[in-house]
Ligand binder design. Sequence first.
Ligand SMILES: *Cc1c(COP(=O)(O)O)cnc(C)c1O
Length: 487
Amino acid sequence: MRYHSTRNSQKFVQPSEAVLQGLAEDGGLFVPEYLPQLNFENWLDYSYQQIAQSIFEIFFSDLGKETISKILENSYGSNFDHLEIVPTHWLNDEKGFLELWHGPTLAFKDIALQFLPHLMQAAKQLRNDQSKILILTATSGDTGKAAMEGFSAVEDFEVLVFYPYQGVSSFQKRQMLTREADNVRAIAVKGDFDTCQRGVKDIFVDQNFNLKMAEQGYELSSANSINIGRLVPQMNYYIYSYLQAVKTNKISYGEPLNVVVPTGNFGNILAACYTKEMGLPLGEILLAANQNNVLADFLFDGTYNANRDLVKTSSPSMDILVASNLERYLYLKNPDSSWINTIMADLTNNGQFSVPEQFLDIKAAWADETETSKAIADVYNSYNYLIDPHTAVAYVVAEKLVKNHKTLIASTASPYKFITKVLDSLQLETPESDREAINKIAKVIDAENPTIPATVEKLWNLNQDEEIIIEKKNMIQAINEQIFGNL
Ligand SMILES: *Cc1c(COP(=O)(O)O)cnc(C)c1O
């Protein structure tokens, strides 16, 4: 498989180059040259790891079978607290939650980020690349810790995470300020997620800074979902969960299974679009947004308008106005890079662009805070199952848009990460100490046998760093300080 930029379909790179580079030089995103047609029915008896192996052999072809098999051993094993890695919890015959949060940081980002560091190391070896790699990552809360966890103590890699100051949950902040190795660190930026993301993107295209880093033996890369190494692993769980639904007699092979995806940067849902394009018999792919419903509006009438204020919601990982991966979706629907250049220039210059409605094949809806709370309470009261606010947003949208047919709702985070909103929704008080709040959630989940996940427990056994708070304009300075110790 070769990759090229969404903004230039003439220049190809190998998978390992695309992974190491992150963003294409022209500011576009790497996309695969083609999406192969596969007969997934032949994969019915595959384990999660076998599906991953087969997909990675296609999309990271230059690494070769054996290397892929070796890195997979370290990616999806006891670092997940469920043997299936991504189990589905069916509420009834119609609706199931695809639990994507059994990894070490309790959100779906682990699925890609427990693998990406191994992938990057293998890519470096293959390319005989001696440089150190500095991973710069903007996070709305979950990616940051998942990147820190994945790259913790990985040789030749440094990770700097930028998160919005006061824009993440108290649990997420604790996660980012407790580290087990010196090569990973998080910094708070005054602003919102888009501020962080724009800052990181500016640094990537800053020629001066890149030159200076190169002189020091460093290359820049990204662990954000702009990296193709993030996107590809997310295809595996749609394939696996569809096939499991067949194996457990929820559907027969070929029967449509809808998926509803709580969306921020459009990475998770794009992976669903790719698998459907490759022949997985998914039904409708439905986008769920919170009150920052720029994507829902776009899918409704074809006009993307980011000129609006970002609202802080209880589902902060979806508090995003400029969804990077949308560019890949648009390229998928209309593979014309000069058109992509035009609309992306519109977005940069005017904060908006329009596309013909015929390109859009995803339906969308959104949920406000009241609906989100009601969903958490309804699911808990009716099914004795606790969901986090992001998952709840998707549940609301499933209720709004799905009339019949079986539906998988992507459950992207554990309720432990968003305790206050979850307890509020159940009309329970949140204890002041985080520790007691954790105990309370454990009891809500299982009154008879409250069990706190080991990954949660760990956060209380580590020292917390002082929070470093900076302005966006000082991001490069902060990098210099952190990496080279100079002021
Ligand atoms: C990142 C994240 C999302 C949004 O996923 P995208 O791929 O950015 O659309 C949704 N929910 C949770 C919990 C997340 O961490």
